[in-house]
Design a protein. Structure first.
Length: 449
């Protein structure tokens, strides 16, 4: 995401999509794939994030995770597939041509403006075929922005520790490219998308809402370069040499890129995106406000424990995702968060990982989290979202650091040999004894007769 621009990326302006075919003979080259991505993203981002194959997989997986609902039916329509996928890629197009529209498209001001545009142009429930196209694109945008936030705050942060090289401070500069190759190889997801965009609302929002000057042909060129980037990863992820290179560079990330038990991995991000979509859909329909559902997702999952408790270990990080973007990130430090272990307060640090108008809060222990079955991370009342909603009461997010101890298995067999019985067991014994007495009496009377 955001960062100082660098003249190296200007050379991309000379790479028209129609000229990229000349590079097909070297499409399996590790060097060319890395070079293309370095040019594509050089100097334009504050941190690395997900690549294009990963972004599109996350959205399609999130769709699978949605419960049966009008939203799932809308996004499952094959007619909306293209816009869901292309919306999931769109924000990075500005980076490809070194234009600030890409950074702007990652964040809440663009997303919320698109939501309001849909509400103004169409009638709820927005299942008209044209309206549905824009809903699908909006969900793709939301997926992209949240995926980058969560990935960087957790998975990328963990790799910076586990895959660090003390002699190479720039080692992670190519992280998104290499992990995109690793994830495409691990998942088998190799999508070759189109470059079609809903240009009317995009241009309207940049011009009339964000006051950002950009032309349609610039936006189209950015999307076509992303199309090429996705194609390069799709081919590179089938090359054993490129996969091996990525694994050598980032061994921890390579091992955990598809690990459902690691915070911020693409499968976990898909869970978070599915939850965020449901909250966004309710807002679009006018059915829900921020106070109805302030938090859409948190890590560790409910009932699961953090794998580590020590401070400074990435796996001890708690992550909380708000259902709406915060206005000023500094509010959290101004109001203060609390972590409670019963009545005790646990020293910790917390912050919105990225900046103003973001969603992801992270909390880390000052020394270590206590071993506990129930801790409470408490967000303070008064937090104000970008939409102007104010949290009207503190929100407690429970988490645990001690795994759930499974119940011992129930033994099956004759209940008469196991401990104390219930009232029905006592009744059965009474009937049995009565039957014995009756039979004994009958035998006695028979002998005396």
């Amino acid at each position: 995401m955001a960062g100082a621009h660098d003249e190296r990326s200007l050379s991309l302006r000379d790479l028209q999509p129609s000229t990229l075919d000349v590079y097909k003979p070297v499409r399996n080259s590790v060097f060319f794939l890395s070079l293309f991505y370095c040019l594509l993203y050089a100097g334009t981002k504050e941190a690395e994030a997900c690549g294009q194959q990963t972004h599109t997989w996350i959205s399609l997986k999130a769709l699978e995770l949605l419960p049966e609902s009008p939203l799932r039916r809308l996004l499952s329509d094959p007619a909306q597939h293209e816009m869901l996928v292309n919306g999931s890629m769109f924000p990075d197009g500005g980076y490809a041509i070194d234009h600030p529209y890409g950074e702007a498209a990652h964040w809440a001001p663009f997303h919320r403006a698109y939501l309001r545009w849909i509400q103004e142009q169409f009638d709820a429930p927005y299942d008209d075929p044209v309206a549905a196209t824009h809903v699908a694109f909006l969900m793709g945008l939301t997926s992209h922005g949240l995926a980058d936030e969560y990935y960087d705050a957790t998975f990328f942060a963990a790799s910076r520790v586990h895959d660090a090289r003390s002699d190479d401070l720039d080692h992670h500069d190519n992280f998104d490219t290499q992990t995109d190759v690793l994830f495409a190889a691990a998942s088998g997801h190799r999508l070759e998308p189109s470059a079609t965009l809903p240009m009317e609302p995009i241009l309207y929002i940049f011009d009339h809402v964000l006051d950002l000057e950009v032309e349609a042909d610039q936006i189209q060129r950015g999307q076509e370069l992303l199309q090429t980037a996705a194609w390069l990863v799709a081919t590179g992820s089938q090359n054993p040499s490129e996969i091996a290179t990525a694994h050598i560079a980032y061994p921890w990330a390579g091992e955990h890129i598809d690990d459902e038990g690691v915070s911020g991995s693409p499968p976990v991000i898909a869970e978070a995106v599915a939850a965020q979509w449901q909250a966004l859909w309710a807002v679009l329909q006018g059915e829900q406000s921020f106070n109805d559902l302030p938090v859409s997702f948190s890590w560790p999952r409910e009932g699961e424990a953090l794998s580590h408790r020590q401070g400074g270990v990435p796996e001890s990080r708690v992550a909380v995702i708000l259902s709406a973007a915060i206005d000023r990130a500094a509010q959290l430090s101004e109001f203060g968060s609390v972590v409670r272990d019963g009545d005790a307060v646990v020293p910790h640090s917390s912050a919105f990982f990225y900046r103003d108008r973001s969603h992801v809060v992270v909390a880390d222990p000052e020394t270590e989290w206590p071993a506990a079955e129930r801790l409470q991370f408490v967000l303070p009342e008064g937090l104000e979202t970008y939409d102007g909603d104010v949290l009207d009461e503190p929100v407690s997010i429970p988490f645990r650091t001690v795994p759930v101890v499974p119940e011992p298995p129930v033994e099956h067999g004759c209940s008469c040999s196991h401990g104390k019985g219930g009232p029905w067991d006592a009744f059965a014994w009474m009937l049995l004894l009565l039957g014995i007495n009756l039979r004994s009496g009958n035998r006695h009377h028979g002998r005396s007769g």
